[in-house]
Design a protein around this ligand. Structure first.
Ligand code: ZN
Ligand code: ZN
Ligand code: ZN
Ligand code: ZN
Length: 557
């Protein structure tokens, strides 16, 4: 968000945009930035001074200028695509002066000292930093550096018109699709560098406070800005269409679990020739899915290059996704709308959903009281121990029947809630099923066969491992509000295991929730059936170093 407009004229700063919102190459993407170190203007080469030490910095190439100098800045920003087929032979380094403070030269390994002037050169693609005097001895070809597996260099993106004039012409259908999708920008097509996995990044800038916008900008610098999409500008469809025919592309979703669900739905609908694997950079709090995939509970400013390197050593994990069909008993009776059609994480009825519903209403009313994971857990405890919630759900078994794969489930005992789990984490890390003994990703399709049987025998259930790829759901009975409070705050780890099954029918319902979104549901029948499996990327296990600095784990190098 820039308030800078006094310069006027041709130097009006462009708002942050990604992918199809970018028009022509060459223009810098200015951002007003405060510096806590001496920085020199790329235009007049004098110090950026003043009380606030602020200046304009280009998000794409880090060209930096006084506000008064920006209008004289050359239109020298990066090229994001090849304008002619001659450009596509080899990528050369694109050097920009400055931005090398306190770095070592990647050519001669000596420190790049600043003599109170614009010092050193950095390449906007491979991010090498060198002395100006070392430039002649650096080979001109740029391989895009350490992140080359993820980067689409400009030489990999062609205008469609030029491609169609070549023997490798794009099919007409492809061309018309791009022309329809991007009426305002040149129609482009990707021909990636062989043996790379170009990354398509979706950022939800509304997730995680200012973190979302920072992550968006950083990826626009680390990768080709045409790989990075702001979900608030046109959603996921433009990015998925642009990457449609790229073999081996991967997706990184930066946002909460809800954002991941949104992207998985969009992939379902896009009908791509191959379903791309999805990694998650969790923004905000909650993030049960990201936690289960080892990407953590919330991004906290870690180095994004490291996260991209972790993606290279991640493994594929197919994740079950479940379709929920709600048929109301009386179609005229109006309840809240059902929030999702698909369960990625969990579904619950009764005490847990009721607590979540109250939590949801309170958070809408007082958002400032619900801004950290610890506070949220305490609120859950507060709600969980309240008498009114207990009263609502006390006689749950009188209103509810559950059938698993045709067998009715025994709901005897003092049940006040039932949770149906796909992943081993709920409400920011609580595990209702209990300890997973085998590491995630090893147990597959327990019992074998394509039609898994329901497991309801209590002895067998004790040894069942929760698995998000086994085409089954875990059903857990929740006894009461006190127990829920203990589970949320980590005093107790699990509810009562009822079944491991692949289909559920319930009757006459109450407060419910899907993936953390609660609602009140009038009497109805709910069918939960397996929809599909989405390939997800499971982060490498955290490296634990032992004596002698030897690193454990399957991903040692
Ligand atoms: Zn620039
Ligand atoms: Zn200047
Ligand atoms: Zn380079
Ligand atoms: Zn050097």
């Amino acid at each position: 968000q820039l308030s800078w407009s006094k310069g006027g004229g041709q130097a009006v700063p462009r708002l942050l945009a990604g992918g199809p919102n970018m028009k022509d190459d060459g223009q810098h993407m200015w951002r007003l930035k405060h510096f806590n170190r001496p920085v020199y203007c790329n235009v007049c080469e004098t110090l950026l001074v003043g009380l606030r030490k602020q200046g304009l910095c280009c998000t794409f190439c880090k060209f930096t200028a006084h506000e008064r100098c920006a209008r004289r800045a050359p239109l020298s920003c990066i090229s994001t695509y090849a304008k002619s087929r001659k450009d596509t032979s080899a990528q050369s380094h694109v050097w920009v002066k400055g931005g090398c403070e306190a770095s070592k030269c990647d050519k001669c390994q000596k420190k790049i000292k600043s003599f109170q002037s614009l010092t050193g050169l950095h390449c906007v693609w491979c991010h090498l930093k060198i002395h100006e005097e070392c430039q002649p001895s650096v080979p001109p070809t740029c391989d895009c550096g350490a992140l080359r597996d993820h980067i689409l260099p400009p030489s990999a993106i062609y205008p469609v018109v030029l491609v169609s004039a070549s023997p490798r012409a794009a099919p007409l259908a492809t061309r018309s699709r791009f022309l329809l999708s991007f009426p305002l920008s040149p129609a482009l097509q990707i021909i990636p560098v062989p043996d790379t996995h170009p990354l398509l990044v979706f950022v939800n800038p509304k997730s995680g406070g200012k973190q979302g916008e920072r992550v968006l900008r950083k990826f626009q610098y680390l990768l080709n800005p045409r790989q990075v999409y702001n979900l608030m500008k046109g959603g996921p469809a433009p990015g998925l269409n642009f990457f449609r025919d790229v073999p081996d592309f991967r997706i990184l979703v930066c946002g909460g679990d809800g954002t991941v669900g949104w992207i998985l739905d969009a992939i379902d609908k896009a009908n791509l020739p191959r379903r791309p694997p999805v990694a998650v950079l969790p923004l905000g709090t909650g993030n049960d899915l990201a936690r289960c995939l080892r990407w953590g509970g919330g991004y906290d400013g870690e180095n994004l290059r490291k996260i991209l390197k972790d993606m290279e050593s991640s493994s594929l994990l197919p994740m079950d996704r479940w379709l929920v069909q709600v048929t109301p008993e009386n179609p005229a009776e109006k309840g809240d709308p059902v929030p999702y059609e698909i369960i990625n994480n969990y579904f619950s009825i009764g005490v847990d959903a009721s607590i979540a519903h109250r939590f949801h209403l309170m958070r809408e009313k007082y958002p400032e009281k619900f801004n950290s994971r610890m506070k949220n857990k305490l609120w859950y405890f507060e709600f969980a121990t309240s008498e009114t919630i207990f009263a609502t759900c006390k006689k749950l078994k009188e209103y509810l029947t559950i059938e698993c794969c045709g067998q009715p489930l025994d709901l005897s005992g003092a049940l006040s809630g039932v949770a149906v789990l796909n992943i081993p984490s709920m409400h920011g890390g609580s595990n209702l099923w209990g300890e997973t003994k085998k590491p995630l990703g090893e147990a597959r399709n327990v019992g074998g066969g394509s039609q898994p049987q329901a497991v309801t025998d209590p002895e067998t259930l004790k040894t069942c491992v929760q698995d998000l790829s086994d085409r089954r759901l875990e059903v857990v009975g929740l006894e009461g509000v006190i127990e829920m409070g203990q589970i949320y705050t980590g005093l107790k780890s699990a509810g009562k295991r009822l079944a491991k099954c692949s289909e559920i029918t319930t009757l006459k319902c109450l407060p419910m929730q899907i993936d953390g979104e609660p609602w009140m549901q009038p009497p109805c029948t709910i069918r939960i059936t397996h929809k599909n499996q989405a390939p997800m990327l499971l982060a490498p296990p955290p490296r634990s170093s032992s004596f002698f600095g030897i690193k454990k784990g399957p991903h040692e190098s």
